[in-house]
Design a protein around this ligand. Structure first.
Ligand SMILES: Nc1ncnc2c1ncn2[C@@H]1O[C@H](COP(=O)(O)OP(=O)(O)O)[C@@H](O)[C@H]1O
Ligand SMILES: [Mg+2]
Length: 297
């Protein structure tokens, strides 16, 4: 990948880690491949770098783009550390493992185990969709098990999409990017700061919308559909105006079993009350219908 503006140079030392390369960049972070000089292990380091709010000073430190952004920068940095804490508290074979976190350069770093493999979003894009039922089960059953663990602890991921799913050995899924994750408070949480067109349901856009496990359910349904169709579904606000999403049960009747199409359609309903209520309910339906050999979680 071409070096992103503001990314750290290969060879830079951060604590005991030597930066090897920049492997990703988003609106809020830069992702590096690095090597632990003490153990020789390859790791992935996520650096908090919100491009709207901050830039890198010559000495490596992050500084606000202007003084008016200082408060927003600090608030975002707190949310970034919240992500690290959520990730570190979740130990699940299908949720990315956090090895370390620290502050340096007036910003935060999360160190994760480096996982070989490929990104599901990129893979689906390259293949043009039509992933087999077997592959979908191998990906989505363990993934729903991971989400079920979060939901059972009153946590929401809130940014499930193929781009946040990593495949080890071609099929073994790992849920990444808990940057939008929230812990539900009594009475229900309503604010969400991340929206991804095509995967976020209507309630995630509305101020005061009632988000809950059903919000992740919509995103899982939209991700399943993307794996079938090869493209991101129509964004929820547009669907509310004119719903152009043809039910999967009609569109892909020749390609997938009816029960899988039905759960995909039901998960993507605009009315949250009509969706499966959480990952556990979706998981139960998948496990009940999948071939016994696929019940790996
Ligand atoms: N632990 C990891 N091992 C391998 N690749 C990773 C790892 N974490 C992230 N990546 C790669 O970096 C990309 C961006 O990571 P992500 O956590 O989704 O950050 P962002 O907030 O920028 O979206 C992922 O899509 C994935 O391809
Ligand atoms: Mg991401």
């Amino acid at each position: 990948m071409a070096r992103a503006r503001d990314s750290l140079e290969p060879g830079t030392m951060l604590d005991c880690y030597r930066i090897v390369d920049t492997i990703g960049k988003g609106g809020f972070s830069l992702i590096y491949l690095a090597e632990d000089e003490e153990t020789g292990d390859e790791v992935v380091i996520k650096e908090f770098m919100p491009k709207r709010l901050a830039r890198r000073h010559d000495d490596g430190r992050l500084v606000p783009v202007d003084s008016k952004q200082r408060e927003s920068l600090y608030r975002s940095r707190r949310l970034f550390f919240q992500e690290a804490k959520v990730m570190a508290s979740l130990q699940h074979p299908h949720i990315v493992a956090v090895l370390n976190m620290f502050m340096r350069n007036d910003t935060g770093y999360i160190v994760m185990q480096h996982e070989r493999g490929r990104n599901l979003g990129q893979f689906v894009h390259d293949r043009g969709g039509e992933l087999s039922t077997t592959l979908l089960m191998r990906i989505f059953i363990p993934l729903l098990d991971a989400l079920n663990t979060m939901h059972a602890r009153a946590m929401l991921h809130l940014d499930v999409k193929p781009g946040n799913i990593h495949l080890r050995n071609g099929h073994d899924p790992l849920l990444l990017d808990l940057g939008a994750a929230q812990v539900l408070t009594v009475g229900g949480s309503t604010a969400s700061h991340v929206i991804t067109a095509g995967y976020s349901p209507p309630e995630q856009y509305r101020h005061g919308g009632k988000i809950g496990p059903w919000t992740d359910v919509y995103a899982v349904g939209a991700s399943l559909r993307c794996c079938m169709e090869g493209r991101t579904p129509q964004p929820a606000p547009d669907r509310l105006t004119e719903d152009k999403v043809v039910p999967a049960a009609e569109q892909f009747a020749d390609l997938y079993p009816h029960w899988l199409l039905e759960i995909t359609d039901r998960s993507m309903l605009l009315n949250p009350n009509q969706r499966p209520r959480d990952a556990g309910e979706m998981l139960e339906i998948m496990q009940r219908n999948a071939h016994p050999g696929m019940r790996v979680a």
